[in-house]
Design a binder for this molecule. Structure first.
Ligand code: BGC
Length: 248
């Protein structure tokens, strides 16, 4: 029988967070999530050491799901926008399973967050084309067609004015340039209008760290598709990774 408890780790540009998750009960975290700052530089070995610490903190002995801010295909990392460049071509699944001695599943962080929202949060019951976007250090994207994920879409890296859209419209740009919520929401509007022109989503789920303050910026977004706010905010990546650890 498959266990109904999974364990997820979300590796971000500034923090690495983990928790066991009850997958039979709406993706509820079974303990407060534990956070350790992402090491600098965030090399594969340094990150792997923290992964071990996170797992030991919970005395977890089962399979582990790990979300990374990268394109991940068959466990291998193929991009590194907000983590160290030395991740490129690393077999993350092999690395983490060898340091942990556990079964490991590795996936993109926005895909993990999107899967959590589709299964237990803002995307439940949404068919058609759903685009989940995370606004944090970067912009992550997860595209669903009738509930099926199209992985590794990386739409934060659409080009805008000669650079990545995420450089201009991620939550980190708001902080870096000290933009008001309204000014930043205008940038997000430009971004989601571009997403709409390319993908015509029925629904946009907006998540990531910035969704904790959704009332300050989401009402200012001007775009055609329906917008819903992610329900798991910053825990979505953990929940989606935990689902993957459990084969869900
Ligand atoms: C990365 C994506 C990631 C997103 C959010 C981007 O810079 O390329 O893989 O999903 O940031 O963390």
């Amino acid at each position: 029988m498959t266990s109904t408890v999974g364990f997820g780790i979300d590796i971000g540009g500034s923090g690495m967070k983990a928790a066991p998750v009850d997958l039979s009960d709406a993706g509820k975290l079974l303990a407060d999530r534990y956070r350790i700052s992402t090491p600098t530089p965030a090399t594969p070995d340094a990150v792997a050491e923290v992964v071990v610490e996170l797992v030991q903190h919970f005395d977890w002995a089962g399979p582990v799901g790990i979300a990374l801010p990268s394109v991940v295909r068959s466990g291998v990392v193929h991009s590194a926008a907000n983590i160290d460049d030395s991740w490129i071509d690393v077999d993350a699944k092999a690395l983490f399973s060898s340091v942990l001695g556990h079964e490991v599943v590795v996936m993109n962080d926005a895909d993990a967050a999107g899967v959590a929202e589709m299964s237990f949060g803002a995307g439940v019951g949404r068919d058609g084309v759903v685009m989940a976007l995370t606004f944090g250090t970067g912009i992550g994207s997860a595209l669903f067609v009738d509930g099926h994920l199209v992985p590794n879409t990386e739409l934060g890296h659409l080009e805008f004015r000669g650079e990545s859209f995420e450089r201009w419209a991620a939550a980190s740009a708001k902080k870096r340039e000290e933009l008001s919520w309204k000014k930043w929401a205008a940038r997000v509007s430009t971004y989601v209008q571009t997403i709409d022109a390319l993908f015509s989503p029925d629904v946009l789920i907006v998540g990531g760290g910035a969704s904790k303050s959704a009332d300050k910026w989401v009402p200012f977004i001007e775009t055609r598709p329906e917008i819903v706010v992610a329900e798991f905010a910053n825990s979505a990546g953990i929940v989606g990774a935990a689902m993957a650890s459990n084969g869900s």
